[in-house]
Design a binder for this molecule. Sequence first.
Ligand code: ADP
Ligand code: MG
Length: 226
Amino acid sequence: MSAALRLVGVERHYRQGDARLDILRGADFTLASGEAVALTAPSGAGKSTLLHVAGLLERPDGGDVLVEGASTIAMSDEGRTALRRDAIGFVYQFHHLLPEFSARENIMLPQMIRGLDKKEAGKRADELLSYLGLGPRGSHRPAELSGGEQQRVAIARAVANAPLVLLADEPTGNLDPRTAEHVFETLMTLVRATGLAAIIATHNFDLASRMDRRITLNDGKIVELA
Ligand code: ADP
Ligand code: MG
């Protein structure tokens, strides 16, 4: 079986005035299906950069990202966008839900962009809402939800198209400990139930210790932690 996601010799640099910041310097990593991996590293180490490159939101300056064994290096922007839409889900520290739409509509939108009709998308949204204990919240707009509910809706939206890979960038970083625990449980329940592969960036070592593996960034390379 091919890995859900592979990074091979990934390079990423940013320019800052005259200086060049080398954020990723030959990052190698393999993520298997069904596996939850914690990414912990100090602020500024390149966690978000790594997730953006892994999630095809940014192109690497060198190396390759393989999604289910398929190289993306030579893909057009359109090809990358389509692959991202079908295969990858994102959750951020802030929910980024569309404020003028209900929770249910927020979960429907990515499915409709992918070509599902309203009825099918609504059915899947209702299933996800109910599965995540958000059934009664479907008609609420994001501003009418608690922080934990907003994040759980964002998780439902991220998996609406049944991706292979979920990338979460400090998804509980903005939540109080009890809510963080609930949102983390939600994420892990989904990973376990669906065989989704996940990389979850977090500063919370307790949550990290409950994932399958832990990685960090050291000098632009991915290092496995004990
Ligand atoms: P982390 O998520 O671990 O806090 P980031 O990946 O956000 O780290 O950032 C890593 C480094 O790259 C930081 O020094 C940051 O300032 C820099 N950086 C991130 N994005 C850009 C960008 N678009 N342009 C220039 N520098 C950037
Ligand atoms: Mg970050």
